[in-house]
Design a protein around this ligand. Structure first.
Ligand code: SAH
Length: 253
């Protein structure tokens, strides 16, 4: 009996933007290990399987049980929302295998990460270089996070903020970004992308605080770069075609 570990991303929520590989992997699994809320996201796929849930902040517990089950010969799916590599379970699971000198059979199954899901709802804000920064200071000191914010703002990267729920840190981050960008710089706020209670807001650097109520555990924010604008109610970051070509419809270039 040979076990295998699937480290899976469920995508942001709704079944239509799951990957085929993710559904296939869960179907092949004997055991599902997930944070309680994520287990609900895949509830339709887990009938008859052993489901082990754990609370937030128990990532290492989840990685440990998943690995132990694989050692028992089980096929196990370790679940993250979005993509498992982006602030998800892939890195802690690989570290746990590495530090214990375990060479288990494993496969990482990518998923649509919140940045891409949120961006799709907002228009096309990520067409140029972007930086993704998590505002969770549970594992990374706040000062280090704010240092990255400063550098990303200075570098004119579009900035994607994961975990913006930490309001005092969010306010400090937005203040730093505002030192480098105009007050009218578009800011997108997406709550529960691709879930039932989805909310999509496009505001700007001077007004974003009016929408603070939308910012919860499942909200992602995207701050445009110096060239990002809004048109037809969507955020657009120019790729740069306007610098070389014409957008006229009756033009062949
Ligand atoms: N692995 C996940 C990220 C986990 S960190 C991924 O790749 O998407 C948790 C953060 O992800 C949340 O605080 C929020 O910022 C973001 N997030 C997760 N699901 C989301 C959704 N459906 N809509 C908007 N943001 C989401």
């Amino acid at each position: 009996m040979k076990g295998k570990l699937f480290i899976i991303g469920t995508g942001p929520g709704a079944p239509p933007i799951r990957t085929f590989r993710m559904v296939e992997a869960i179907k092949q699994s004997d055991v599902i290990v997930a944070y309680t809320t994520y287990a609900k996201l895949i509830g339709d796929l887990v009938d008859g399987k052993e489901v082990i849930t754990a609370r937030m902040k128990e990532e290492l517990y989840r990685a440990r049980v998943a690995i132990q089950k694989v050692q028992e010969g089980k096929v196990v799916s370790l679940i993250s929302s979005g993509d498992p590599q982006v602030y998800g379970m892939a890195s802690p699971a690989l570290e746990m295998m590495c530090k214990n000198n375990l060479e288990l059979d494993f496969e990482i199954v990518p998923g649509v990460t919140a940045a891409l899901a949120a961006a799709a709802r907002l228009g096309s804000p990520l067409a140029m270089d972007f930086a993704s920064i998590s505002l969770s200071d549970l594992l990374v000191p706040a000062e280090e996070i704010l240092h990255r914010i400063k550098k990303a703002a200075e570098g004119d990267f579009v900035i994607v903020l994961y975990n913006p729920i930490n309001k005092p840190l969010l306010e400090r981050a937005m203040a730093i970004i505002s030192e480098y960008r105009k007050p009218e710089t578009p800011v997108g706020i997406v709550k529960s992308a691709y879930r039932e209670d989805e909310q999509v807001i496009i505001t700007n650097l001077s007004d974003w605080k009016k929408h603070e109520g939308v910012i919860n555990m499942i909200t992602t924010m995207i701050i445009g770069n110096s060239r990002t604008y809004t048109c037809n109610g969507k955020m657009i970051t120019p790729r740069g075609y306007d610098r070389r070509y014409s957008f006229e419809l009756n033009n062949d270039s």
